[in-house]
Design a protein around this ligand. Sequence first.
Ligand code: AMP
Ligand code: MG
Length: 493
Amino acid sequence: MGLVSPLFPFDNSYARELPGFYVDWEGARVPEPSLVLFNTSLAQELGLQTSALETPQGAAIFTGMVKPEGSSPLAQVYAGHQFGGFSPQLGDGRALLLGEIIDTNGRRRDIQLKGSGPTPFSRGGDGKAVIGPVLREYIIGEAMHALGIPTTRALAAATTGETIFREGPKPGAVLTRVASSHLRVGTFQFFAARGETEKVRQLADYAIARHDPDLADTQDRYLKLLGRVIERQASLIAKWVLVGFVHGVMNTDNTTISGETIDYGPCAFIDAYNPAAVFSSIDHGGRYAFGRQPMIAQWNLARLAETLLALIDPDDLDKAVERASSELGRFPELYKSAWLDGMRAKTGLQGKEEGDQSLVEALLTMMQNQNVDYTLLFRHLAHAANGNAEKARALFEAPEAFDAWLIDWRERVSRQNIDHNATSTNMNQVNPAYIPRNHKVEEALQAAETGDYTLVKQLLEVLRTPYSENPAHEAYANPPPGDFGPYRTFCGT
Ligand code: AMP
Ligand code: MG
C-alpha cells in the first residue's frame, strides 16, 4: 500500500481507543483496479471530494491497493453464533476498516473495504469477494436505504482484475461499505466468552459513546444500552417484515449494535406472501425464514444480554439475569406495535382500533393461501381506497374472500375523518412500487459478470425512488415471470 494525499479526513476512534480488539492489516495487491460504481450522493453526504475519487487513484483506494492518508487499516475481531452454533473465533476475514470520518451531518461513519484480501481471521478462506455478491450488497443496501430502513451503505464497487474461483471463475471485486459502526453482538461475545469482563466493559463504554452518548455516566448504563439495542432491533426487524425482506443469515455476528442492517449475503425480498419463505441455499432447516426473523432477533439479543450480565450487576448474577430478562421481555411488544403501526399505514388505517390486528391478519392469511404478491397488493389496495378494487382483486385466484374482506376494510376506512384520495396518497408513501425483485437483481448481476453494468445502473436508478411510480419502469414493478422458478441465493463469499 503506497501513500496518497489526504482524501478522507479520518478520525479513527476504534483504532485509538480499542487496542486488543483488532489487528493492524493491509489490503492485498491486485493486478488491475477499476472503479465500477461510485455513490456520488453518499460521498457528498460524507463530505468527500468526489472528483478526486472517481479516478484511477480512487480505484486503487477502493480495492485496498493504496492506503489513503490518515487511514490505519485494521481487521476487527469478533465471535458469533452461526445457525445456532457458537464460533468463538471469527473476525474480518476479508474486510478491513480503513477508518472513520465525521460526515456533513456530524455523524461518525466507518469506511470499510470488503473483499480486500486475507487477514489473520480468514480461517482458510481466500479473503476475496466477487463481482456478483459485491453488486448484490450494493444494490440491496441502497434499496433498503431508499425504503427508509436503517442499513450500511455502499460507497463504491471496484473490480480487481483478478479471477476468483467460486462456482466457476468470477471477476474479483471489492465493496466499500459505510456504517454507523461495525460493532456486532458477536464483538461482545468474543470477549465475554473468554471471561474478559473489563474488555466487555471497555467495548460497552465505546458503544455507548458512539451510539447512545446520552447514557454515558448514567446509572445502570449497561442495562440501558441493552434496552436501546433491543429497541433498535425491534424497530429494524419490523421494517424488514413490513417490506418483505428476508436477511437470510441472521447470525449474531451479523446483528449490529447500531440497529443497521448489515451483511447482505443470501438475502432476498419475497414476491408472494409466505412466512415460511427461505431463499438461502444453506438454510436447510429454515431457521432464518421470513416469518421467524422477529423470534431470531430476540434470540440474538439474549446472546447480547448474556455478555453484559457481569456489568449489569457485578455482585448478584441472579439479579442481573432478572433485570436483563425483563429488558428482553419488552421485545415482543416493541416489535408487535412497530409492525402493527406499519401495517395500519400500509392498509391506510388511521388511529388505532381494537379490530385492526385481526383485519390485517385476515388479509395476510388470504394472501398466503392464494400466493398473492406482497408488494403489488398494497400498491393496488391504494386504488381500492379510491373506489377501484379491480387490480387488487385480480391478484387473487379466488377473489370472493377478498371481496368480503374489502367490505370490512372499507367500513373501517370510512370511519376516518379523511377523504379517499388522501388515504390513497398516504398508502403510496409507505408501500413501495419498486423493490429489488429477485429476477431483476439476477438479470442485472448476470450481465455484470460479463462486464456490462448497464442493467445494474438502471436497477439502482429505479430503486432510488421506490415510492414514485413511473410508467417507464413498469417491468420493475411486476412479479417474476412464471418460468423464473423457486429462487435460491448463496452466501456472499
Ligand atoms: P458472513 O457470512 O459474510 O457474515 O461471514 C462470516 C465470517 O466468515 C466472517 O468472519 C467473514 O470474515 C468470514 N468470511 C466470509 N467469506 C470469506 C472469505 N472469502 N475469506 C475469508 N473469510 C471469509
Ligand atoms: Mg458477517
